[in-house]
Write a protein that binds this ligand. Structure first.
Ligand SMILES: [Zn+2]
Length: 500
């Protein structure tokens, strides 16, 4: 059942068999949010992709240490390391808040949203401001190793020297030093301090109005954005660890520069496998505030946006994300969300039916039995092939069709064994709740299966009223349920319910 895991390694541009450094253990670092504004939906998609990866690694039996940082010194305005003011300082100045107030507010909001989407928290969530001494230490080490230089209180990484020495600068993003020179912007303020246009700051001297700054051997200043991830991943996972993840937009310059810093500090690669999640689009285009092609998670839930016809529940949206592979762009449209909402409900109802099934105990291994086991094997094989959630979902939906046919009597329990039914029940629980991380919104809204028990009670009372020919009461129950969008179906085994 458990296949060899294959991962598409962005650093090598190909799929590889996953072999952790320490058997049975995985160290995974994912670049976290910069907490200077509300978390946007693209981030939610990215972190949800890594949540599924984290969950599947644990499902495979690995002990995972998952580290996801909080960027709370802010990275700089404009081009990643060349502006003068960081985003958190700017926000704090505009809103007349302490920078740490800005950080706390948006960090709380970020955590709330991760809970709404049912993401598991990482094992360690280090903050950049809590690791300033370690960052200063790494800057010094890189200087000592001859790969960084100081100019007017700022320290720059020497990319040209690194490219000559190690030959890997640009390897992750597929860029060459020549391209980097052509791309660099001549109008940037501190460009003249650099030896070479592709050099990047690892320590920045703070301007007098800059709110967040620390003492260092070079100046009163703050670390370059890329440095924190090198420092915190090294501190909690070691110089070289298993998996480094992030959105594809972080490949350059952020991750490229992380690689450079790691080589600069310890002469080794930071991670053996790089995983990059693709972008979230809306109506086929990149989301962008400036042209109005954007939607906030809250608007998506409430329906308060002109881009959608109604609100969608968090689990419908999470299901929507599962329908596309993490390395493909995901296009958010109203139609796709409606389809996802239906799919999510069909899956949940199929699961409810399946979990309630009891085998009469006289099954044989027939074609149906083989087919069901084949679909289960296929779902796991697809997850183990670079976490292919859409393909795994397709097999699970074929199983939902079997479940509905078993319930409807078109297929017979005589064609499957007791073990196969149990395996199917376990597989649904594993996939839906443990791997895809979905919640049953009908149940979990109230806490723990209470709704199901209450509904069973209500349906019993309704049945009793009908038996007693107490039509007033049975009609009252029917109308009240209808008002709550709850549909009741009467079958030969009694009544069942579903939410419309
Ligand atoms: Zn990072």
């Amino acid at each position: 059942m458990k296949n060899e895991l294959r991962i598409y390694n962005s650093y090598k541009g190909k799929k590889e068999t996953f072999k952790p450094i320490h058997e049975g253990q995985v160290g995974m670092y994912v670049c976290g949010p910069t907490v200077y504004s509300d978390v946007h939906l693209g981030n939610c998609r990215s972190f949800t992709s890594f949540d599924v990866i984290y969950r599947y690694l644990m499902y495979l039996g690995y002990k995972v240490r998952y580290v996801r940082n909080i960027t709370d010194v802010g990275h700089l305005e404009g081009d990643a390391d060349t502006g003068r003011e960081d985003k958190i300082s700017k926000k704090a100045r505009l809103e007349q808040l302490e920078p740490m107030e800005v950080v706390q507010q948006y960090m709380n909001g970020f955590h709330d949203m991760m809970k709404v989407f049912n993401l598991l928290p990482p094992n360690i969530e280090p903050r950049a401001t809590g690791h300033i001494p370690e960052q200063i230490e790494m800057v010094q080490t890189i200087i000592d190793n001859g790969l960084a230089y100081e100019k007017n209180g700022s320290v720059y990484f020497n990319t040209l020297k690194f490219a000559e020495r190690d030959g890997v600068y640009g390897k992750l993003s597929g860029r060459k030093i020549d391209d980097l020179v052509a791309e660099s912007r001549a109008d940037l303020k501190n460009q003249s301090e650099k030896n070479h246009p592709s050099d990047f700051a690892i320590w920045i001297k703070a301007a007098p109005e800059h709110l967040m700054h620390w003492h260092s051997p070079w100046s009163e200043g703050f670390p370059g954005w890329h440095l924190e991830c090198s420092v915190m991943s090294t501190k909690y996972l070691g110089e070289t660890f298993d998996i480094h993840g992030g959105g594809t937009d972080l490949k350059f310059p952020h991750h490229e520069n992380e690689v450079a810093q790691s080589y600069g500090a310890c002469g080794c690669a930071p991670a053996n496998y790089w995983i990059h999640g693709n972008m979230l689009l809306m109506n086929g285009r990149k989301m962008s505030k400036s042209d109005g092609n954007t939607i906030m998670p809250e608007e998506l839930f409430s329906g308060g946006s002109s881009h959608i016809s109604k609100g969608y529940s968090p689990m419908s949206v999470r299901f929507f994300m599962m329908q596309t592979h993490y390395r493909s762009t995901l296009d958010l449209t109203d139609g796709a969300l409606q389809a996802a909402e239906k799919g999510y409900r069909r899956l949940m109802e199929g699961n409810k039916l399946l979990q309630g099934m009891q085998h009469p105990g006289n099954g044989n291994v027939g074609d149906l039995d083989k087919e069901i086991n084949g679909l289960i094997d296929q779902a796991f094989a697809d997850m183990s092939d670079d976490f292919n959630t859409p393909k795994a979902l397709a097999s699970i939906f074929e199983l939902v069709t079997k479940v509905n046919s078993l319930k409807g009597g078109q297929l017979s329990f005589g064609e499957i064994t007791v073990e196969t039914l149990q395996r199917m029940q376990q597989t649904f629980t594993d996939f839906i709740f443990n791997i895809f991380g979905l919640l049953d919104e009908d149940i979990d809204v109230s806490g723990s299966g209470v709704v199901d028990e209450l509904m069973a009670l209500v349906l019993d009372m309704r049945q009793q009223a009908r038996t007693d020919k107490n039509w007033g009461t049975s009609d009252k129950i029917r109308d009240a349920l209808k008002a709550m969008n709850i549909q009741v179906k009467d079958g030969k085994d009694g009544a069942t319910w579903s939410k419309e």
